[in-house]
Design a protein around this ligand. Structure first.
Ligand code: TRP
Length: 339
């Protein structure tokens, strides 16, 4: 059992294992998970069942990436001595909770969820929405409440899901006439979404515009050279734009020397700083960040059984926690309990 005080607030976060994790995940949540794991009781869920909601025809992709994502966690410093890492599809209590919760949500409410609406549009589902996909916020409510998490660090796109979770929590508590489940708070990172390297949209696993935590020196170099800067900045002596310039967005996110970045911005705006020199700095910054992660990841991937053990043990711990909540809920809803 990980070391933690009993009264520490409970965190639940998770990722769909649809691909290895990238720098967007690092600034968005991974860094926070490492920072918070000693002051909170933290669970991290590899959401493979949720991954199936829009990959039902490609379960192989989900299965392969479970270990990749787990390697990413361990490589950045998520420490199983403090954080419980678990596998969603092995926690059957989550499915049972989902089924109960579905009775406290209307189809109209599911269709109104802004995240779902957005995803239906970008994935081009039209009316052919897999029912599992439409209902994934309810399953996510089951994830969050099963662990009695009160703190849920997520990207801003997930905020409507946490709101929907809390509606379900209130509905159930009202039904039970007592507080069976706690409400959860979404914690959204201050820095917005990391843009893709071409500056169009956010960094994404599926669009080939991401820098992975496992990126080689060569891959980092190629990505940085492809980065969008200011198309009007033709000669070194020309004044350049900092806003919307992806290289500066990344320097803001990753360069620890804030004063040096401020100086670079000033000279870029003024004219006299070329894109090549600027990109060399970013390449160096990213190389410094990623090298230890890449090396640790490579070392861990030579011991896959140890990684699987971490996941197995975390899942066993989580099974006890989630099963307990399920039993409390059955009782709170007044079901017939067979002793
Ligand atoms: N929906 C989240 C994502 O796509 C993954 C997820 C599943 C999750 N269950 C969760 C996040 C519970 C936080 C809490 O990234």
């Amino acid at each position: 059992m990980p070391h933690c005080e009993n009264f520490a607030p409970i965190i639940l976060t998770g990722d769909r294992p649809t691909g290895p994790l990238h720098l967007g995940h690092y600034v968005g949540t991974l860094k926070n998970r490492v920072a918070m794991q000693r002051s909170h009781r933290q669970f991290v869920l590899i959401a493979d069942a949720q991954g199936l909601t829009d990959n039902a025809d490609n379960p192989d992709r989900i299965r392969r990436n479970v270990i990749e994502v787990c390697l990413d966690y361990l490589a950045v410093g998520v420490d199983p001595a403090y954080t419980t890492i678990c596998l969603q599809s092995s926690l059957s209590a989550l499915n049972e909770l989902t089924l109960f919760y579905l009775n406290y949500v209307t189809v109209a409410r599911l269709e109104r969820n802004p995240t779902i609406k957005d995803e239906i549009r970008t994935r081009g589902f039209g009316r052919d929405i897999p029912a599992g996909f439409l209902c994934y916020p309810v399953a996510q409510a089951a994830d969050i409440t099963a662990f009695k998490a009160t703190v849920v660090p997520v990207g801003d796109d997930q905020v409507p899901i946490i709101e929907q979770t809390n509606e379900i929590v209130r509905r159930i508590n009202r039904q039970a006439a007592r507080e069976v489940l706690p409400e959860a708070k979404a914690v959204v990172p201050k820095i917005g979404r990391l843009p893709s390297i071409d500056g169009e949209g956010k960094m994404s696993k599926s669009q080939g515009n991401a820098i992975y935590l496992s990126a080689s020196r060569h891959e980092i170099g190629t990505a940085v050279r492809r980065m969008y800067t200011d198309p009007g900045h033709l000669r070194i002596s020309d004044p350049g734009k900092v806003e919307g310039n992806v290289v500066f967005t990344y320097l803001d996110a990753f360069d620890p020397d804030v004063d040096a970045v401020a100086d670079l911005k000033a000279s870029y705006r003024h004219g006299g700083l070329g894109d090549i020199a600027l990109k060399q700095r970013l390449e160096q910054v990213l190389e410094t960040l990623i090298t230890p992660i890449r090396e640790r990841r490579a070392e861990l991937s030579r011991r896959p059984d140890d990684v699987i053990d971490v996941l197995r043990q975390g899942t066993q711990t989580s099974r006890i926690v989630t099963q307990q909540t399920l039993e409390e809920l059955r009782e709170a809803l007044g079901l017939f309990i067979l002793a």
